[in-house]
Design a binder for this molecule. Sequence first.
Ligand code: TYD
Length: 132
Amino acid sequence: MKTTDLPKIVDPRGNLSFIEGDRHVPFAIRRVYWVYDVPGGEVRGGHAYRRNEEFVVALSGSFDVVLDDGTGRCETFSLNRSYNGLAIGRMMWRQLENFSTNALALVLASEPYDAGDYIRDYEEFTKLAAKR
Ligand code: TYD
């Protein structure tokens, strides 16, 4: 998994970036949510999704996304540009951490919210991931 640069229309009046589903992100966008006002030192995520895929952008500020595909090896991606995002496939354990002051995390999702799609127990996640 790697980060992707999005279109960036540079303009002296202010820059503009955009995202189209199935083009800049590898799925049709069915939900958008954002995480903000994160107190220093707090961690978000700490789960995987069975079906849901996501694309994460640091619209402002910065934070790290730590991914684990179930093997226990973690890969950290630092997001700190409004025109750069990270696609996260299904069945990836993710943690968002190291938020800067005023960080704004935009998340595009392939599925509507479904509490049943979450895997919140890491042991269960590694067992399911090993079966794939
Ligand atoms: P959660 O996904 O656990 O947050 P994070 O992974 O960022 O730490 O969601 C936190 C709460 O918000 C949880 O009670 C479910 C609710 N929620 C929704 O109702 N709809 C959504 O689209 C999302 C992402 C969360």
